[in-house]
Design a binder for this molecule. Sequence first.
Ligand SMILES: Nc1ncnc2c1ncn2[C@@H]1O[C@H](COP(=O)(O)OP(=O)(O)OP(=O)(O)O)[C@@H](O)[C@H]1O
Ligand SMILES: [Mg+2]
Length: 287
Amino acid sequence: MSGAAGGSGDNPWQDNRGNKDRSITKSSVAGGEGMAQAVIGGGAAAGGPRLEGDAFLTGDQMTGGYGAADILHACTIEAHAGEIAVIVGPNGAGKSTAMKAIFGMLKLRGGGVRIGGEEITHLSPQARVAKGMAFVPQTNNVFPSMTVEENLEMGAFLRQDDISGTMAQVYELFPILKEKRRQAAGELSGGQRQQVAVGRALMTQPKVLMLDEPTAGVSPIVMDELFDRIVEVARTGITILMVEQNARQALEIADRGYVLVQGRNAYTGTGAELLGNPEVRRTFLGG
Ligand SMILES: Nc1ncnc2c1ncn2[C@@H]1O[C@H](COP(=O)(O)OP(=O)(O)OP(=O)(O)O)[C@@H](O)[C@H]1O
Ligand SMILES: [Mg+2]
């Protein structure tokens, strides 16, 4: 195919527009002066933390579950445009459930979901994709018998336009996938399969990319690399909402972090604030 790919200088994933480095290393959040500090440790008491009002993606006071018993209890998750927001918490805390609720795979009994200020609480997952959401679930996130390239094509099935440029961008972000594009995704290593899953989500040209444990089961080196790629994606202006079990490393790249416990907001702050909070460290980060 002719190259929308271009040289690495054209790589949109490496576009540093918006100078995102600042927000990744500094703990201040634009417009949120003093807010995160107030929320730290106080989130559990009165339902979800106070909203800043200008989030790009909001799961607001979400309450609901799979049957009679609620799993989420007034759980609030926000991600601002171009930010990396990270959800951490113990097994069974409801992290995946919160992601499913935001993506529309779970009917809420209370609360709502908004994207770009628009109420989408009652939209189907497919309609949310059309609004700019992409979701990489925790499990079964690739088609193992399809090739890498077919997986990427599947990601774009809702698109009517030419997808070759986006595919070239995905291959620039994850060069190994280009090398293995004719191989069945099921034959790839765990880390490479996660790249396929992320790549497939990017094929929809999302505004917000939701990742449920993208580094599950991969080595520390592969984890670091995946996180680097995720930061690159965020620098292009795509908002990231990610659940991570590698809490410390994920909070290091997070502009905003949420600790969920039993379906409730337990702690909310910038990544740096959560990493610096003694209680969070002791209880959730192993000291
Ligand atoms: N499909 C389902 N039907 C019924 N209950 C479910 C379903 N999926 C999850 N649960 C329950 O909801 C609760 C929260 O599960 P969830 O998967 O959201 O937790 P999690 O924080 O993502 O955990 P993990 O870290 O293990 O991925 C758990 O008690 C779990 O047993
Ligand atoms: Mg989970």
